[in-house]
Design a protein around this ligand. Structure first.
Ligand code: RIB
Ligand code: CA
Length: 324
């Protein structure tokens, strides 16, 4: 039985790796792609999603989401993902139009019409999903869980304590984390362990296809920015963290990961801590556990699956259908 999923993203270099993996893995029945502002503006992330999926020879509804975070100004990550949002790599012009529906409308209609509860995979700020829950709270009953890349129990990559996706729209994250919908959180705790090292990158280079060459270019661009946010972990400046891929890989192969059920809340006001995910690992707060927080990944298997997906993607690019 294929898993009905919707991917909400802000492509974004690591979002592209997540999309590639999702479209190759036929366990997933991908109903819809929605985009929002995050790594770049909503116009650029929407274009990038259509452009990459056109390159992958995939035509699917791509619905444009909100242009701004719910209650604050947008801050994009141009220093990390570049002016286009996809580094200095050019994918072809999209060969299909974006949806005539807004992301909120498409999310609402696809979720309510799905015969089975849907898994939402979120790899950008939670703006669209927060807005969806405000506008149509009844859809929560049709969502199996949300596999979200974002947050961190320890540390941050936008401030000392806040991770980018939550930092960009903490109010949306607060709505989603208090929604009662089960959440599996791939925060920095696990995504910092989900990396490609130099030998992995060389293995991808040796695949020697136009796709693998482009992905390597994207990852080398991505790695340059990482040096400015070093956590001084061994290899941080050269390892390439596939943050968003974790949110997809968990849905397909949860056994690659380990996590703990915790109470998690979002700081929306703190002068220094706005955007922090407060993860109650020590169970010191009197609140129910609402999130499965991932902390460990079988890195070698994770990387092997990603490399297999790059190799298999060739069939799609050459016109093969997703054999579902
Ligand atoms: O902190 C990493 C997250 O922020 C990833 O989703 C990346 O694409 C950026 O959106
Ligand atoms: Ca992202």
């Amino acid at each position: 039985m294929r898993i009905p999923v919707i991917i909400d993203c802000d492509p974004g270099i690591d979002d592209v790796m997540a999309l590639l993996f999702a479209f190759v893995r036929t366990e997933l029945d991908i109903l819809l792609i929605t985009t929002e502002a995050g790594n770049q503006t909503q116009a650029k992330t929407t274009y990038n999603a259509r452009s990459f999926l056109s390159y992958m020879n995939q035509e699917i509804e791509v619905a444009r989401g909100l242009e701004q975070p719910l209650f604050q100004e947008l801050e994009v990550a141009e220093d990390v993902h570049g002016e286009s949002g996809l580094g200095d790599v050019i994918f072809p012009e999209p060969d299909f139009e974006e949806s005539s529906r807004s992301a909120i409308q498409a999310l609402y209609e696809r979720i309510t019409k799905s015969p089975e509860p849907v898994v939402l995979i979120a790899t950008g700020p939670l703006t669209n999903i927060g807005a969806l829950f405000l506008a149509h709270p009844e859809v929560k009953a049709k969502i199996r869980y949300i596999s979200f890349m974002g947050g961190a129990a320890v540390g941050g990559n936008m401030t000392p304590t806040a991770e980018f996706n939550v930092y960009v729209d903490p109010h949306a994250a607060d709505i989603v984390f208090r929604s009662g919908v089960p959440i599996v959180m791939s925060g920095l705790d696990v995504t910092h362990k989900a990396f490609l090292d130099e030998s992995d990158l060389k293995e991808i280079e040796e695949i020697g296809t136009e796709l693998s060459d482009r992905l390597v270019e994207l990852m080398k661009f991505y790695r340059r920015a990482a040096k400015q946010t070093a956590f001084h972990e061994e290899g941080f400046a050269t390892n390439i963290r596939l943050h968003d891929l974790c949110a997809v890989a968990y849905v397909v192969e949860p056994n690659l990961f380990q996590g703990d059920d915790c109470y998690v809340a979002i700081e929306t006001e703190g002068k220094l801590t706005k955007g922090t995910t407060v993860v109650d690992y020590t169970q010191s707060l009197p609140y129910p556990k609402n999130v499965h927080v991932l902390h460990t990944v079988k890195r070698k298997e994770f990387v092997d699956r990603f490399i297999e997906a790059i190799q298999k993607a060739e069939q799609l690019i050459k016109g093969g259908k997703r054999d579902v």
